[in-house]
Write a protein that binds this ligand. Structure first.
Ligand code: S3P
Length: 173
């Protein structure tokens, strides 16, 4: 079974890389945010505004657990906050191959500032940086880390492919 879970801060390229990886491996791509939106009929900003962040985290966790339990191959892109809630990261690591898409804060900030579809992107730069630093230890629990700085999504994908092939080799021994 090939279950790949991409983690990382907002703007780290989880969805972009996930889609390319999905094509190259011929494994379905699943996006946790999209699954939440589809199942609730609400946008992410609407959920944050109407129900609050904690309700969003609980929804996110329940959809995460149900995705992880699927008996199928998949590439799952998570939300930037998913690994930092309860024991989500442990659940991810028990179920699949986790990959942390690392980028430095300034790069991420450039990509996400002003994005209206990301409620937390409206935080001040200082607050966002604090959030980033708070989350790093959770992301670092991933099996693999890929530094995405200065790389195209294609290059990041190729790096992931070689990591995964190494992992398959290990499990065949
Ligand atoms: C969040 C990241 C978002 C989305 C929600 C909250 C976060 O996903 O889940 O807006 O807490 O960092 P992306 O990482 O895909 O932007």
């Amino acid at each position: 079974m090939m279950k790949i879970v991409l983690v990382g801060f907002m703007g780290s390229g989880k969805s972009t890389v996930g889609k390319i990886l999905s094509k190259k491996l011929s494994i379905p791509f699943r996006d946790l945010d999209f699954i939440i939106v589809k199942n609730t009929g609400m946008s992410i900003p609407e959920i944050f505004q109407n129900k609050g962040e904690t309700a969003f985290r609980e929804l996110e966790r329940s959809f995460l657990l149900s995705e992880l339990s699927r008996k199928a191959n998949f590439i799952l892109s998570t939300g930037g906050g998913t690994p930092a809630y309860k024991d989500n990261m442990e659940k991810i690591n028990q179920s699949g191959i986790s990959i942390f898409l690392y980028a430095d804060f300034e790069t991420l900030y450039r990509r996400i500032s002003g994005d209206k579809n990301r409620p937390l992107a409206s935080l001040s730069k200082k607050e966002l940086k604090k959030l980033y630093e708070k989350r790093l230890p959770f992301y670092k629990k991933a099996l693999f880390t890929v530094n995405t700085a200065g790389k195209t999504p294609e290059e990041v994908t190729n790096e992931i492919l070689s990591l995964i092939h190494g992992e398959k080799g290990k499990s065949n021994q």
